[in-house]
Design a protein around this ligand. Structure first.
Ligand code: AMP
Length: 534
């Protein structure tokens, strides 16, 4: 049913495996999720090409086993990444679609579309998913949609955030703000409580968000006046359900080899069918202790059949689950809150349905019950929709009164003394924020100083993420240490960094917004906008 309403700002959860879109409805005084064409509230983050058309969402996922080389999933793992990254290489080797090295070490996805091979940036593929979600909202609303809030993992770096914002622009969206996924989930969790004014509220809440591709933890306080203060975040942008599926697939490949003496790992079609079957079996194992995987004619006419137990699944993935718990402990330490002082532990993301994950988390929090009251699949889009309403001046008093104080996920600084990280904004600093530090010339008659910007926690910059570099010229030639440069870092509410360097003597300055960190320039976006209209 289509309803005519005023322009609405939407909230989008752009997930690794599934995405979801929602908006605040003044008429109903609540958030509604927009169903996709098939009537489902979540849409596979999947894009495919064939001889005649471009498919997005369920249509793309449904044909994956017939067309594995031209069906892209998990593109979120490619956003803002470097082709040479070792974790990414592992993914690329396991994916049936082709990923090549583009300029500046950026990955490019190669698809055959209408019998022609074309390469696409991760931003372009993501923009197709975003366009599809935008269209679902527009079909439901009966009007065009422009403004959006898009969610990103709290642990996303500056590069990954910029790439997400660019994907939004490519999809024809005006990205009002990016919001961290656990913070969006906290809004969904806290919203009912904020609405209930009789409720005495100042709660320490721990959000545990394990999705398809990323893992985020966030420690925050929700206060009665409608303030959500994030104290600390942590996680791994490369850990989630996809990894658990992969561990199962690899186990089955080994079993097939043992039983049939045939290696199926090089056959994309067989691997695609095995992945679909393993993901289904993984879901079954959340509610039953054993299941079977049966695939007719998997490889060279040979069937595959095996029994998979929950215990085997847990054994194969135990190192991932342990890693999750380590992140929980380090986030509690960073936020300086003892686990006994956590009022609620909130589960978000499809992979939190895994019983072992729930068990380990409960054990860590001394058997405190976990909060499963929010919809694990929709909570992030819900929170993004509330923020979209607030930013566009919509919504009721609870929406407009909402105050969000997020933090930087990773430390930001510059490279000094040949390879040492000098931190200017430490991780878990509330944003927006502005911090500055003074630097000195290092040798006599030095007239320029370079400012190489990095993000990460290591003392040695080569182990951190390089963002960008510029040079400030025009220092008067003096003895080493006599000339000063002030470097000022400002991080905006999107988590995007602005850098300014200034000579104290001359007042000469130079500033940049970190944009060319392997991401897209304005011109790139314009060029791509033409190309994306396939
Ligand atoms: P999300 O990114 O939050 O949509 O989570 C998607 C991930 O959750 C995928 O890897 C799914 O396979 C996984 N998932 C969904 N339901 C279950 C379940 N019942 N048990 C285990 N994993 C699940």
């Amino acid at each position: 049913m289509s309803k005519k309403v005023e322009a609405t700002a939407i909230g989008i959860d752009l997930g690794t495996t599934y995405s979801c879109v929602a908006a605040w409805f003044n008429q109903h005084n609540r958030v509604e999720i927009f169903p996709n064409e098939q009537g489902n509230n979540i849409t596979p983050s999947c894009v495919a090409t064939n001889n005649t058309e471009l498919l997005v969402g369920e249509a793309a996922k449904n044909q994956i086993t017939r067309n594995p080389h031209n069906t892209v999933f998990g593109v979120k793992r490619l956003m803002g990444s470097r082709f040479g990254d070792s974790k990414l290489q592992e993914d690329i080797n396991s994916w049936p679609f082709k990923v090549i090295q583009g300029s500046a070490d950026k990955p490019k996805i190669v698809l055959e579309h209408k019998a022609v091979e074309k390469d696409f940036s991760p931003e372009e593929i993501s923009s197709m998913i975003l366009k599809n979600l935008k269209a679902a909202a527009e079909a439901y609303l009966g009007t065009t949609v422009k403004d959006a809030v898009i969610t990103v993992p709290a642990y996303f770096s500056d590069r990954q955030r910029k790439a997400t914002k660019d994907a939004g622009t490519l999809a024809g969206l005006n990205v009002l703000q990016l919001i961290n996924e656990p913070t969006a989930a906290a809004i969904a969790y806290g919203f009912d409580k904020l609405e209930d004014t009789s409720h005495q509220l100042h709660k320490n809440v721990f959000i545990f968000d394990l999705g398809g591709g990323t893992f985020d933890v966030s420690l925050l306080t929700i206060s009665k006046e409608g303030r959500i203060d994030v104290k600390a975040v942590g996680g791994d942008t490369h850990l989630g359900g996809e990894d658990f599926d992969k561990a199962m697939v690899n186990h089955c490949v080994r079993e097939f080899k043992k039983k049939q003496n045939k290696d199926i790992s090089g056959n994309a079609k067989a691997m695609g069918r095995l992945k679909v079957a393993c993901e289904k079996a993984k879901r079954d194992l959340s509610s039953t202790t054993a299941t079977s995987i049966e695939i007719d004619s998997l490889y060279e006419g040979v069937d595959f059949s095996t029994r998979f137990t929950r215990a085997k699944f847990e054994e194969l993935n135990s190192h991932f689950f342990l890693k999750c718990m380590e992140h929980v402990e380090s986030c509690l330490r960073d936020g300086n809150v003892h686990k006994n002082n956590i009022d609620d532990i909130v589960l978000v993301g499809g992979s939190t349905r895994i019983p072992k994950v729930q068990y380990m988390l409960k054990e860590l929090f001394d058997w405190k019950p976990l909060c499963k009251s929010i919809n694990a699949d929709e909570a992030v889009a819900y929170g993004a929709a509330v923020l979209a309403a607030k930013l566009s001046g919509n919504g009721n008093k609870t929406v407009t009164d909402l105050i969000l104080l997020d933090v930087t996920p990773l430390s930001l600084g510059i490279n000094i003394d040949e390879g040492t990280m000098s931190v200017i904004i430490p991780r878990n600093t509330p944003i927006p924020t502005t911090r500055e530090r003074m630097y000195y010339t290092r040798y006599d008659n030095q007239t320029s100083i370079s400012v190489p910007v990095y993000q990460g926690e290591c003392n040695d910059v080569k182990d951190n993420i390089f963002l960008d570099e510029f040079v400030l010229h025009g220092f008067p030639p003096r003895r080493a240490g006599e000339e000063k440069m002030k470097v000022c870092f400002s991080m905006d509410a999107n988590g995007i960094l602005h850098v300014l360097a200034e000579s104290v003597t001359t007042g000469n300055k130079k500033s940049i917004v970190i944009t060319n960190s392997g991401d897209l320039s304005k011109e790139d976006i314009e060029k791509m906008l033409e190309k994306v209209a396939l």
